[in-house]
Design a protein around this ligand. Sequence first.
Ligand SMILES: Cc1cc2nc3c(=O)[nH]c(=O)nc-3n(C[C@H](O)[C@H](O)[C@H](O)COP(=O)(O)OP(=O)(O)OC[C@H]3O[C@@H](n4cnc5c(N)ncnc54)[C@H](O)[C@@H]3O)c2cc1C
Length: 429
Amino acid sequence: MRSDLIVVGGGAAGMMAALIAAEAGVEVTLLEKNKILGRKLGITGGGRCNLTNQADLEELINNTPGNGRFLYSAFRRFGPEQVIRFFQEELGVALKVERGRRVFPVSDQAREVIEAFCRRLQSLKVNLLTATEVKGLTFNREKNQVTGVECENGRTIRAEAVVVATGGLSYPGTGSTGDGLRWAEEAGHKVVPCFPSLVPLVTKEEWPKQLEGLSLINVNLTAWHEGRKLAAEFGEMLFTAGGVSGPIVLSLSRMIAPLVAKEPGSVGLTIDLKPALSFEELDLRVQRDFKEYSRKLYKNSLDDLLPRKIIPVIIELSGIDPQKPVHQITRKERLRLVRLLKSLPMVVERSGSFTEAIVTSGGVDTKELNPKTMESKLIKGLYFAGEVVDVDAYTGGYNLQIAFSMGYVAGLEAARKIPANRKQQLGII
Ligand SMILES: Cc1cc2nc3c(=O)[nH]c(=O)nc-3n(C[C@H](O)[C@H](O)[C@H](O)COP(=O)(O)OP(=O)(O)OC[C@H]3O[C@@H](n4cnc5c(N)ncnc54)[C@H](O)[C@@H]3O)c2cc1C
């Protein structure tokens, strides 16, 4: 069997590459090991699919800590504006913009996005081979040229070009098991070591477990490394059975994960539970509450200040006797409580695993890819797109934007390079 272009991986990047190449007039075969296309896409954004962010070029790059500059050209050619137009006008998916300029389908259904892709791929007569696992790439080593792929049943499919869009290592249950990373290495590419990113953090302390399920809104979370402030995020976080998660934790995890992988326990976190108040303002507020509840026991005096679930933890960590009448609390004790509320400390033991990571940091080294085409600088006709490459971004729709931008560029550029004579055979030119 042969095809002009083979795309391996029917995720966000692969579906986009196949679609764009087919529109450019080449014969495309899309190979996906799952029975269905877009399995991971289906669980994005809590099943609602935050498919891009209405950010400008500079913001896109700033929100892409993993090699954002490499994507400059791809973002310029197929950025949020083009993605939004593509989904609305070409795939017929109505979109809406939410808080933080995050873009979702109006239907709040990721399924709608996948179905729209499938319909368009079928109408373009893309050869869709699902439940087909690719085992490796085939090469003409003398010419440094990719020649096709080998599938699990021993069948080989020949092609002029191959786009590898097999994803990273996160959520392996969706099919992203790092196969493309192995093939890249076999092809002679450098693969930058991978670590889980946008991932929950496991803390040394046991007390977060007591708070499992509690979500804190409008708090400030700061990460510390060797006594220095690493970064801070304001927003929402969540306590889990093992530690902490939620939007601001996931964002900070991008910086924390590689540090704790090298040295477990080397990163500290502090939560400012009352970021709208200065230390002095909060102290005055506590004094007011203590005056009002002066006859109560300390353990019953914080109801106005904190969510109910966290009060026993704060009481314990403050080191003040819970049975003490409020009017007996000393100034020193009160100031200790205020310090705790402004800076509730935790130590990060390690990050969560790939199984629970939203994205993978690391992957095929961008230095060995042409940023204008996504083609390998080592092997002709071999292209990479999406999370298999060493690119990753923060939450907010940026990672899918990356997959779509790279898929677009790889699909179009691969199609352009399919020799003109092959196109002539098909009667396209
Ligand atoms: C829970 C969760 C929520 C997320 N939410 C968002 C969000 O709302 N917004 C956002 O921007 N990003 C989100 N992301 C990140 C985003 O989903 C990924 O960055 C993006 O899907 C990567 O696309 P991809 O095409 O590169 O890889 P994938 O989507 O991982 O696709 C790779 C495909 O290749 C197939 N494949 C792998 N190996 C083989 C093989 N040997 N043969 C054949 N096929 C193979 C896999 O089965 C898979 O279908 C989320 C991720 C997770 C896990």
